[in-house]
Write a protein that binds this ligand. Sequence first.
Ligand SMILES: [Zn+2]
Length: 204
Amino acid sequence: MSTVLVVCAHPDDESVGCGGALRLHALEGDHIVTVFLTSGEGGGHGEADHGATRRGEAARAARILGIGELQFWEEPDGRLRARPALAERLTAVIEERRPELVYAPQPDDDHPDHRAAARLVRRAVAAARAKPAIRFFEIWSPLGDMDEIVDISAVIADKRRAIRAYRSQCAVMRLDDAFVGLARYRGEMHSWPGGPYAEVFTAG
Ligand SMILES: [Zn+2]
C-alpha cells in the first residue's frame, strides 16, 4: 500500500483527468489524498456559494472513487497563482505524506488555473527531499505525447459516475460523455492491446 497525492485546480479535475487511475489505486489499497487548490466557486451560475456546492460534489465523487482524504485550500478560482507560500505548503504535504505518485493537470493545458497547478507541483516536488514521480493528466487540452497509459476499462463505469457526481458542472457541459469518450479514444488508439478505455499521462 502506498500513498497517492492528487493536486487539482478545481473540484472535478480529479474525476475527469484521472478518475479511472484513482479508482484502480483505491482498489489496490492505496491511500489517496486530494488537494483542491480552489473550490471552483467561479464556475457557478448565480448561486450564493457555488464553492460549497462543488465541495459537496467532490465529497460524493470521492466516495465513488475511494479517495480517502480531501483538502480544500480555497485559493481564488480563475486567479490561481503558483505562489511561493503555496508551493511551500504543498512541499510540506509531500514531506509529511511521502506519496509515491503525484497527479496534476498537465503544464500546457489551455486553462490558466491548470497551468498554475502544474507549476506549483513542479516547484513543490523540486523542493521536497523525497521526490515522488509526477503524472500530468489532460483536461482542457489533450496531450500530444504520453509517457504512461493506464487501462481503465474495468472501472470506466465508476469514472462516469464520479464525473456525474458533479451535477452542477454536467448541467453546463456533458463532461461525463466528453471524458468517457476521450478515454474510449485513448483506449482504442493508444492502449493496444489493452482494453477499450484508457487514461494517458506525461511524466513530470
Ligand atoms: Zn479544472
